[in-house]
Unconditional design. Structure first.
Ligand code: SAM
Length: 312
């Protein structure tokens, strides 16, 4: 595992290698089925579960998943087979008996969704979130694609009922839903913002949504971003810094040096106002970088000024 210091000018937006991901042709061209269980999902989902495990138990929490996806993915399906990303991600994770303990909640959830049998299904953020919440908590998942929304609306109420969690799948724009929720009463709220970054204005829309956190003392956010070139990500961080939100930390996985801006070279998860999971995130990012990355891969957590927050 490594932590690292990255200069502020070294971050930017990414486009995935896989053609179905980020072509920019249609706002709904992206299908997460191609990417479910890849290195980015492992990093995002393992940290998400650490955050949920450490949330204060006293007050019910509402999680708003602005870009929910289908919630459950068939790794034996055509999309997963075509991209091969799950095999390199969750396939390696589940085959490694020596993963850091910080992956235990994710591995347990994957085993549960597969009924203890062979790896066939991968749970997305809706499934993982709902099973990690407590009775009385609430989950709102927004998904615009009709096919993915159909799976979400069918699968998530099942796990929610078993957990006595209120779950609301919505075929609605996640940014609009987040904005509405941020204007409502100041009860604990966690936004999970995980866009496909198909559109050029997506970064601005994320920042506009995060600006709503300033009005809410009890609101927090996890924001996933791809890493491709350097300046796009830096510009996002400058925009975030200008919002003046407290307690932001940046978890990063770099699969390789960011020398080819046409590739997805890694990803980041911005953690705003969530419980302190820096040590856990360092371990998670380190394993992902080592096991999914190439020569020169790195994983770690920095503050908004690019300073390391923890050393492994
Ligand atoms: N968060 C999911 C997970 O971790 O399992 C993956 C989500 S995937 C990266 C992004 C999803 O957002 C896609 O399924 C896409 O159809 C959906 N989407 C795109 N724009 C949206 C919007 N404005 N509101 C809601 N969903 C949107």
């Amino acid at each position: 595992m490594q932590t690292f210091i990255h200069p502020q000018s070294d971050r930017s937006k990414a486009v995935a290698d896989e053609p179905a991901c980020l072509s920019g042709v249609s706002p709904l061209n992206y299908r997460h089925a191609f990417h479910a269980g890849n290195f980015a999902d492992l990093m995002k989902h393992a940290i998400l579960l650490q955050v949920l495990a450490q949330r204060p138990a006293a007050t019910p929490l509402t999680v708003v998943d602005t870009h929910a996806g289908a919630g459950l993915y068939d790794l034996g399906g055509e999309a997963a087979a075509k991209s091969g990303e799950a095999a390199l991600g969750v396939g390696r994770l589940m085959a490694d008996p020596a993963t850091p303990p910080e992956f235990a909640p994710l591995k347990a959830a994957i085993e549960a969704v597969n009924g203890g049998g062979p790896l066939r299904l991968y749970p997305g953020s809706p499934w993982l979130t709902v099973q990690a919440l407590a009775p009385g908590d609430a989950y709102v998942g927004c998904e615009l694609r009709p096919d993915d929304y159909g799976v979400l609306a069918r699968e998530i109420p099942r796990v929610a009922t078993a957990k006595r969690v209120r779950a609301t799948p919505l075929q609605r724009d996640g940014y609009l839903e987040a904005a509405a929720r941020l204007k409502a009463s100041d009860t604990p709220l966690l936004l999970l913002i995980d866009p496909p970054f198909e559109r050029g204005d997506e970064y601005a829309e994320v920042l506009e949504t995060l600006a709503g956190l300033r009005r809410r003392r009890a609101a927090s956010a996890l924001v996933w971003l791809p890493l491709k070139d350097l300046e796009t990500f830096d510009a996002f961080l400058r925009g975030l810094d200008a919002l003046g939100l407290p307690d932001a930390a940046v978890a990063e996985v770099r699969l390789r040096p960011l020398s080819n801006p046409m590739r997805m070279n890694g990803c980041a998860l911005i953690m705003i106002g969530v419980p302190d999971v820096v040590a856990q995130a360092v371990a998670i990012c380190g394993w992902v970088a080592t096991n999914a990355g190439e020569e020169g891969s790195r994983g770690g957590v920095c503050d908004m000024d690019g300073a390391n927050l923890a050393k492994s």
